[in-house]
Design a protein around this ligand. Sequence first.
Ligand SMILES: *Cc1c(COP(=O)(O)O)cnc(C)c1O
Length: 424
Amino acid sequence: MSYDTVRGVDPALADALEGERDRQEHTLAMIASENHASEAVLEAQSSELTNKYAEGYPGERYYAGCEYADDVEELAIERAEELWGAEHVNVQPHSGTQANMGVYLAMLDPGDKILSLELEHGGHLSHGHPANFTGKTYEVEQYEIDAETGYIDYEALDSLADEFDPDIIVSGYSAYPREVDFQRVQETAESVDAYHLADIAHITGLVAAGVHESPVGVADFVTGSTHKTIRAGRGGIIMCDEEYADDIDAAVFPGAQGGPLMHNIAGKAVGFKEALQPEFEQYAQQVVDNAKALGQRLQNHGFSLVSEGTDTHLVLVDLRDSHPDTSGTVAEEALEEVGIVLNKNTVPGETRSPFNPSGIRAGTPALTTRGFDEEACEQVADIIYEVVDNPDDEDVKAEASAKVDELCEEFSLYEGDGSITDYE
Ligand SMILES: *Cc1c(COP(=O)(O)O)cnc(C)c1O
């Protein structure tokens, strides 16, 4: 996008916006939760709908002048229902966290019990962390990843569910490289008479494209974010059966939010339309193929992967075996210097701390949007190896940086006219 108008009003802000645009073009976004929204999504998100108040739902608004807001929200809902096959969809949550809040508010009372995965094992703040409203409002017990295998220990989850007697069990994670057995978690939830919330924030796109098992129609509630693998711009979404529709809608508005971000809902609508095209299935499959290729090549270089591989869009590298003296923080910083942007991450059985953990998490959704294939991802793995193996060697880093520049140029984010390259 061009920021000429902003520049006329506010050069300092234009510098920051252009700086961010150029940073995205000249670096490799490997933070597993990030992606590059299309030109159409960006345009819709910056529309005049940012001016409009539309409290309520289509056909039942608290303000006048909502006819186009209604059209936009109905398009987003219809397409989401088609993409995920849900009976009821609420597209108003401002974010994935707000989507989860909607479910908790609808189904739980303060003091009720949540059973969820530990943040340090790949869970999310909004699943009951003490620093989050969930940790302050509800009683929380947490399950873990088996540190030996790197997989969810479903049997341990069963015993914990029996012991704790939760009101809701949360599945769906931020740093789990394997397919989640939603049916298995559903059986556990039913056995203790708890609701099951499947939070597919990271894998919305993989589920929509059918490359990951869907929890829709299995779990009672499915929440997601719209800016990760589904690539529909920033926001959240809730899906459920018709029987919970009114409770969920009332919990989102007026329960948790005021006026919906109609411009973001417009972004969701057009992003969902893009995801309904056959090309999106190829994209999602390529995301997974790329993550497998990246992981395999990292393993060839001697790195250990949590669970020894991936079924999804991300790999979690445990540096302790191959590089015991290199923390995730050191690796993250050295890689950022050469233009590979990913994040340090805790690993199951963490022996350092959340601020200086032993792992790094790397995802392929954004690279795949730029057109990366398996071979290009193997090149990225080679660069990651060189840098993590020599985090203080300036010559190695200079060479790595030049290779990243070449890849950014080969898989350019923008066409000559400045628009974002279409995915294939
Ligand atoms: C990313 C994520 C969310 C949503 O986060 P927001 O930043 O609030 O949109 C929710 N749950 C999980 C598991 C996530 O990874």
